[in-house]
Design a protein around this ligand. Structure first.
Ligand SMILES: [Zn+2]
Length: 432
């Protein structure tokens, strides 16, 4: 057993809210507002540790809409950013979702204190039939509110909206559960696989898929999941390892040594990633990098990146999917004093598997036995008991996790009942 905190790079989860409200919205008629294509709004997210700006690059029309056509208003309210789409004439709210980004992680670095830097990002929505207004809001750190950072009126018939494929790649469906509007579509894209390594990429996707589809809660939800493999071809094999002077020309421009951390594997080229993701109906971007070197990362509704040839790939991928699909927090911590206050202990984090006890009623309280003490002692007799165990979210004190051990805490465990339920709720949202 290896402690994840020694292996995983911190996924920095920002910002909190006091409660998760599952609101009931009147269902919207998808066909009245949208076509079966996607609209992609490419931009640069720039700023410093304390500022952020959005600079529009371009608007694109993509072939597929992979998302739900039923749940157009996202009930979860997870993530650091909120996207809201309005009909610009009636001001009717017609689509929402949340996500996190690499930019916000960079804001915690020392570099962000002295430098203004930009990161490529995209907003993806179903392609509208009428003029829309789109708003992007940022959750304010240590608070419960969102600040609007970008607003744009878009005419879907504008002749400058790009309607072309910029890349091509072979696409295979590895697992079929249901039609894309009734299923979670996981799209695996290879990076650092040359044309002669295409079969190796398909083998890696098959291996991970077989593991995932036999892991709870995914096993019982197989009919609600589609898995696609987009065999992006790279000029060179492998990936960048800047700390070793190794540079490879690859389709998705992945690299280690992100933010000075040797094991943090990311890409600075989100728009190329989206170009390949657009070749299949896509709800989740899963990037497999052709390297044995341990590394990975998962950012909510942004990406899941992992080292395909590493011995721990199945567990690492699944852990990162907890972040990228379920917005789950890391349940691990160290006894060292945390250098950054990632979580605000005066408010309740949006991550469903962590609590500050500020508003525990909004979390897994209904899954506790009546006699379970809060906090719950770590002991042999509690090993299979949902409780409130102190330590989680990188902090030994003041943040609590639901289970003694979980996939979100250490490699080699299953998802705990709370993470299990969170992931199941998200998959049902995509497949209703
Ligand atoms: Zn858990």
């Amino acid at each position: 057993m290896k402690d994840i905190h020694r292996l995983f790079i911190k996924s920095l989860f920002l910002i909190m809210i006091t409660s998760i409200t599952i609101s009931s919205f009147a269902q919207l008629n998808f066909d009245a507002w949208f076509t079966n294509n996607s609209m992609r709004i490419d931009y640069y997210h720039s700023g410093t540790d304390k500022t952020e700006y959005i600079m529009l690059k371009e608007i694109r029309k993509e072939e597929f809409w992979g998302g739900t056509k039923t749940n157009l208003i996202d009930p979860f309210n997870y993530g650091s950013y909120r996207v809201k789409v309005y009909d610009s004439v009636s001001n009717t709210l017609i689509f929402t979702y949340g996500f996190c980004s690499l930019f916000e992680e960079w804001q915690f670095t020392d570099e962000a204190k002295i430098l203004q830097k930009g990161f490529s990002e995209s907003l993806i929505i179903p392609y509208p039939k009428k003029n829309i207004k789109i708003e992007l809001s940022s959750r304010q750190f240590k608070g419960n509110s969102f600040d609007k950072i970008f607003e744009l009126y878009i005419n879907p018939f504008d002749v400058n909206n790009k309607n072309e494929k910029t890349v091509s790649a072979e696409v295979k469906q590895v697992h079929y559960g249901n039609t894309s509007d009734k299923a979670l579509d996981l799209v695996f894209i290879g990076d650092g696989y040359t044309v002669n390594e295409k079969q190796s990429f398909y083998d890696d996707v098959t291996k991970i898929s077989n593991y995932l589809l036999n892991l709870a809660p995914f096993k019982k939800l197989q009919s609600k999941i589609n898995i696609w493999a987009v065999a992006a071809v790279s000029t060179e094999s492998g990936t960048d390892k800047p700390h070793k002077g190794i540079w490879k020309s690859t389709a998705l421009n992945s690299n280690f040594n992100t933010f000075g951390s040797e094991r943090y594997l990311t890409s600075s080229d989100y728009h190329s990633i989206r170009d390949y993701a657009a070749l299949a109906p896509c709800d989740q971007v899963c990037i497999l990098v052709n390297t044995e070197t341990y590394g990975g990362g998962g950012i909510y509704n942004f990406w899941n990146i992992s080292s395909a040839k590493n011995a721990y790939i199945n567990q690492v991928f699944s852990h990162e999917l907890g972040h990228s699909l379920g917005a789950l927090g890391d349940e691990y911590y160290t006894d060292e004093v945390a250098t950054e206050d990632i979580y605000n202990k005066n408010t309740e984090p949006y991550q469903q598997n962590l609590t500050t006890l500020v508003n525990f009623d909004s979390k897994w309280k209904d899954m506790l036995d009546a006699d379970t003490p809060i906090p719950t002692p770590v002991s042999d007799e509690n090993i299979s008991k949902v409780g409130v165990y102190e330590g989680g979210g990188y902090q030994a004190k003041g943040i609590y996790r639901p289970y003694m051990n979980c996939m979100m805490k250490a490699l080699g465990y299953d998802f705990c009942p709370v993470c299990h339920k969170t992931l199941e709720d998200v998959i049902n949202y995509y497949s209703e």
